[in-house]
Design a protein around this ligand. Structure first.
Ligand code: PLP
Length: 394
């Protein structure tokens, strides 16, 4: 007999990236070379010095029981301080380090706790399509109603669409820079979202997972115009690049931070201690100052190569060269004769190039494909697009 699972669990299944993981496993098992343009995590490890530093700290404190105990569910105070300073250095109004910052077990937990803190089951939550697929899982698990507005085909949201969205929902989630489009908020738009949040008392959950990976775009903070209704959710998965070590944060006003801290106590209580030590050292020990500019330069040049390859080899593809983030989102409707899912499967199996179909990012993604430039070096990005182009033209 099939197990009876709850509607809530059903709403979050299956994980949209599962079948892509299956494709990757299949290619890995086959021993063939393959091109990982599907990956949403950095392919550059954190600096060696910071790992050495962490090893020393662990060795020195290894016999000390305090290394193994729970920390405050809000995170160690020094790390909250460091996060508050870091946000201020990136242009956000400085949150209160102890009252307004909560360290989380990754950005996903921060999103989860934020939505849980400002909505009840059934409450409508707005997102812009294409949207990061975990927004759907989180809203499904929490029992929220998803209200989508579309940014297709220009990947642009009009003033009226924003106004309309904020008048229909209790909260809005916006990724800035965005996954999958790489879009960033312009200053006027950040201002508009802040005004709508404050005027309509609708919470804006501002997901800044890629907040340090900027090339030409300017970094804008709706928080600076409406502190009470904007919640910042961040992660260290992309910088310094420790997605498996699960560390993120939320910053907000104190009342909200209290609620968010309680919500996350219910999920993982506190974030992993070694990760908190590592990131504290990374931010405070000036490791980032040396490391991040090199990473940005590398990603910028990969982005340039990938954009050039698409422009030259897939001239009928449409995309906007992103000024931040790690993805290019392309409209391949002039090429694809099948669905994006089918095409992604086929190009992976036949030619070993793995990308993510637009259908995983909510309604409207048919014939769109997301390419990541975080994993493969420039020459392999070029090669991957060459392979795609030759398949599409044959
Ligand atoms: C837009 C966006 N938000 C949040 C996250 C979640 O990050 P974490 O790994 O910290 O849970 C990601 C991860 O890819 C993301 O792309």
């Amino acid at each position: 007999m099939a197990a009876r699972i709850s509607q809530r669990a059903y709403n979050t299944m299956p994980s949209p990236t599962m079948w892509i993981q299956d494709l990757v496993s299949m290619l890995r098992r086959s021993g063939r070379d393959y091109y990982s343009l599907h990956v949403g995590q950095p392919g550059i490890p954190p600096p060696r010095e910071i790992i050495d530093r962490l090893s020393r700290v662990l060795a020195e404190r290894g016999g000390d029981i305090s290394l193994y105990t729970y920390t405050s569910p809000r995170g160690v105070p020094e790390l909250r301080e460091a996060v508050a300073e870091d946000l201020a250095s990136l242009g956000r109004v400085k949150p209160d380090p102890l009252g307004g910052v909560v360290i989380t077990t990754g950005g996903i937990e921060g999103l989860f706790a934020s939505v849980a803190s400002v909505t009840d089951p059934g409450d409508p939550v707005g997102i812009v399509t294409p949207a990061y697929f975990h927004f759907y899982s989180i809203l499904g698990l929490l029992g929220n109603r998803v209200v989508e507005i579309s940014s297709y085909p220009d990947l642009f949201v009009t003033h009226d669409s924003w106004v309309d969205l904020f008048s229909k929902v209790r909260a809005v989630i916006v990724a800035n820079p965005d996954n999958p489009t790489g879009r960033t908020l312009e200053r006027d738009e950040a201002r508009l979202l802040a005004d709508l949040a404050c005027d309509k008392k609708v919470y804006l959950i501002h997901d800044v997972a890629y907040s340090t990976l900027y090339y030409e775009a300017s970094r804008e903070w709706p928080e600076n115009y409406c502190e009470d209704y904007v919640i910042t959710v961040g992660t260290f998965s992309k910088d310094p690049g420790i997605p498996g070590w699960r560390l993120g944060f939320v910053a907000s006003n104190e009342d909200l931070a209290n609620a968010i801290a309680h919500a996350r106590e219910a999920t993982s209580y506190n974030a992993p201690v070694p990760s908190q030590i590592l990131v504290l050292e990374y931010l405070r020990g000036r490791y980032r100052e040396k490391f991040l500019p090199k990473v940005i330069e590398e990603y910028r040049s990969r982005r340039d190569i990938l954009s050039k390859a698409i422009e030259e080899l897939l001239q009928n593809a449409r995309f906007i060269k992103p000024g931040a983030g790690i993805f290019i989102y392309a409209d391949l409707s002039k090429y694809l004769k099948t669905s994006s899912d089918e095409w992604v499967r086929k190009i992976a199996v036949d030619s070993g190039v793995i990308a993510v179909p637009g259908t995983l990012f909510g309604s409207g993604g048919e014939k769109w494909v997301r390419f990541s430039f975080a994993w493969e070096p420039s020459e392999r990005l070029w090669k991957a697009i060459e392979i795609i182009a030759s398949r599409l033209k044959s």
